[in-house]
Design a protein around this ligand. Sequence first.
Ligand SMILES: [Zn+2]
Length: 1220
Amino acid sequence: MRRIPLPRPEIRSGDSSDDYEDPDQVFPKPQAVNLAEDPDQIYSKLQSVNMADRDVFLPVPVWGKGRYNSLCSDDELLDDDNEPISSHRSSWQDYGLSTLQGSVYLPVRGRVLAPPPRDGPSPETCPVLKIGWLDKNPTQGSLYYQRRWVKLDVDYLRYFDNDKEVYSKRIIPTAAITGVTNVGEQKFEVVTANRTFLFKAESDSERNEWVAVLQNFTRGRQEGSREMTSLVPPSFLTPGSPLTPEQQGYLELRGLRSKLYTVVSGDKVFLYKNMEDYRLGIGITSIDMNVGNVKVTDRRSFDLTTPYRIFSFLADSEQHKEQWVEAMRDAIGEALSNSEVANQIWAEPSNGCCADCGAAKPEWAAINLCVVVCKRCAGEHRGLGPSISKVRSLKMDRKVWTEELIQVFLLLGNERLNRFWAANIPPSEALSPTSCSEDRRRFISSKYRQGKYRKYHPLYGNQRELNNALCINVQCSDVLETLCLVFCGADVNCSTGQTDCPSPLSLALAHNQKLQAQFLSHNLNTELPRSEVTGDMEPRHYSPQHPVTHNGFLFKTASMVRPITERKAREEFSRRWCMLNDGNFSYYESDKTSTPNGALKSTEIVCLSVNTPERHGYDHTFELYSDSERLYLFGTDDQDSHKEWVKSITKMFIPSNAEALLRLSFERIGRLKYKDGLNLQSPRVGWFALVGSSLHAYLEDSEEEEEIHLRKLQELSIQQENEVLVLVERGRTLYIEGERKLDFQGWCVGIQKAAGSAGDSLSQQQLTEADIPVIVDRCIDYITQCGLTSEGIYRKSGVNSRVAALCEAFRRDARNVRLKEEEHQVDDVSNTLKRFFRESGEGLFTIQAASAWLSTPVIPEESKKISQYQLLLSRLPRVNKATLRALVNHLYCVQRFAELNQMNLHNLAIVFGPTLFQTDGKDYTAGRVVEELIEHYTDVFEVDEQQLKRQLDEITVIIKVREKLNLNSSVPASGSAGDFICTVYLEEKKETAEQHVKIPGSMTAAELTCEILDRRKIQVREKDYWSCWEVSQKEETERPLHHLERVLPILHSLGTDSHLLVKKNLAMEAILVYLASKVDVSKHGMVKFREERSILGLGLNTGSFHDRYFILNTVSLRMYKEVRSNRSEREWQVKNLRVYLGIKKKLRPPTCWGLTVIYKSEKQEKPEKQQWYLCCDTQTEMREWFSTFLTVQYDGNVWPVDAVQTRVTRALPVDTRHAL
Ligand SMILES: [Zn+2]
């Protein structure tokens, strides 16, 4: 939260007695609270008064008082309460924020003449409970009532000048209303803590209606307020005092002689008369920023424009202005990206009404129950606790809304769901949008905690059948049926009986049922509805730690301070009575003794590891590690008891936010310190579980579980004298620190083992990102670079001893094998690949499916044959499928160059048939399969022909360069062949700065940069952002390559007037600082746009620059004719854009801060290329756009986390080839 220092009050004599209380002292300042956290904690946070912040707050200024006494009474500066209409109309108009029609300064600049767009985004999304004309009480000394248009919704009671006005004169949070009373003569009072509002209706019956709805609405609140305080985050209670203001302070609204206390919070801007009012939540109006736009008008002033009005603000200083502008722009961004998810979810019509009470435009959802609910119902859902209902906001919890989760909500929808959840509701129990909190609580608890109204599944009560049905159903797309099964008792964590897919979740994933998987993953720990819970209407307080108790006998050795390397015999164990209670694990001499021999608190346990059976004298053992570096070994012969203990102990020491780890069958689980991303300064705490070849993690600040595929790591090393384990994934590096030696050693050994190959089948190998064994990828890459012209490639045999050594090296640690032409012979590598396939455990086609593949060539009709191949392909395990695709692609390329290597289709098939099917090669059946796969490669694998063509072009270039080198160069052919040689300049294009560099296919921009700097012996200092640039002289543009971008394809695409240049990126520091300050990645604003148009293909440029409004988010860039446009004129996928700095001067860009953008669509039917230009007003603007493009295109990985990493030469998988 940022605060602007308040303006020094203009204290007048007599007014200096400052008897205002510091608001922080009275009401605790709202703090940032995590909605997912324990409500009790939220409550205690609210209770704690942050004294440290007090000094920041200056006393509330009292300057308004004296000044306005002459004009109006001490209240209602902007409201006309104090001013009888007849007498003072003109004077209050001076204050600006009154009606649209009569404002003194608004009509010229401020007023927007166009009527509000009818179908446009309405600033009002809350369901209106009651609306109508009322007369508001006259002010002191006046007899006249004022006619007001009054509107009540869930959050606010507001009144307006008339029924056309969008911005209220007064906004009172319903939560601030303490009483509503009938005072006779068609009148009623609305009472708040410090003010009473008197209204008069046109009739008694109308008055009674208002009183009834207000009372009904506020009574539930007040009665439930004690529970509400503890269960509901404060935003529910005090919508008027925003939870975490982004910016707050006094701002002058032009034309108004006083300053307003202005608060930017979330996607709204609130205006208050002063800070006191802000504290009480009673404001003037709120401005929804989804229709807003901010424009700087002068050094200290700026306009907030909406379709309905322009608010002209004046800040105290230029610096403050910038802070306000930025905060308001952020709020716009927030509003725009916020409504994105909601609008998507509401696309299903029945999601437009609350699943529980029917209120319109519900903005919350229970993501495990799959219902969309309104704010009031969401409050009650939250009261059920996250084990029953996981409540998330459609607008604020953006991270949770993955594409799949949104799809689940669209697929199901409130209406279909209610046919299950609400199949049997007695009319007397049903809710309406105006139901009171008490009714809501009762209904929602009955509906979801007890499952009282649900439609029972025919299998209800039969656990085995339910589980069985669940396992079958998750393989198809019927998520609703899965939901019915689960909420009728099917066990989400039941055993499927399949070793490769042990759980319904893994089964769903294996069948590519992503929506099913999404649903299951949110229900792994859900407490099922229990009808037997009756009469328990007390709001249940959710406690994150379920009290765990467990006891029984275990066998224990003496505790140790070193890892256990030897087998512990039965004699070394002693029988102990063990108890888990109250967060303590203690062991006793026997079940009769009352003093324990020893005990471990849950907070002391840092790791638990499960040993493989029969490792020690007792069959089933586990190890506990304490933070004081001791190791305890426990054992039993009873497998079930072992399982139960492991489950109970882990449940005790794993915190609730990471408890999803408990569902895994881990070998090791515990907490470790780690660093990653931009946070390399201070290590944070993460919870990790090692399962097979995966490391699952709950990292601090992240709600989502992360899974790291250890066999897919690009690098795994132990650094700094065994104290840091470095895991390099594509695009990110995780450093795990050895906080304590003992358990860290165990983690290192376990992770290293899990990251290596586990056997000889394909899936047990170290894999690339694309799920291809590293050995296969490296060999194919090498042959493509160096072996395509080698005569008889794959038929000639290599030197046996060298092939064996290479196979062994790959088997040991494929990741660290680098094939180099100087060191390795083409035929040795080709035979290594063949030997790997021949010896791989179950073969590429798998033992079960091999015969089906072998019988396919006899199918006479070609189209049927291809379909059969496709069917068989689709049934292969993931890794086999990816590998077969990569291999056939490779063989296809090899035979395309048969005139050079003499290996045509048939020759290759003879070699690879028996190799891949692991047969003796006596008949040609196996060869026929391989031959047909290569022949029909594009059909069977549905290959993008464009991409294939590019790949072949690339190979042709490689071959040509090799030929050239072999003919012309004095360098021995084997020395430099295979790589592209190119000229790279250092810092500027001149002959003396020229460097000739060999560019292997895998070389990244960062590697090239290092190579150049190394050659010139240039030391890289901190904050020297050396980059490789693509420079076009003709277009007058340049672009820094991304550090992971491969150079070779760029080289191929460069025209003759372009070159590569290595120089520092001077803007990078500013880019990183800007990005670090952003909460979300999106940007929007006005930019001048011009399109490249050529007339009759003559390349004549026409057109000029026009103002357009752009919105850039993580997926697309959209262009609007103007801010208020509802529909975008154009939309581009960000991934298809390439953004260059600069615009050629010939086009006469209005400023020098321009970007040239090239759009290339990859669509098969109609490849498209466009070029257009964006021109910004300032360098900062341009830099922000450019930064946002970068971070969107590279998932936030704009600069390598540590410079050292870029120096590690490593071959990245060649995307263009495997992505076919
Ligand atoms: Zn509702």
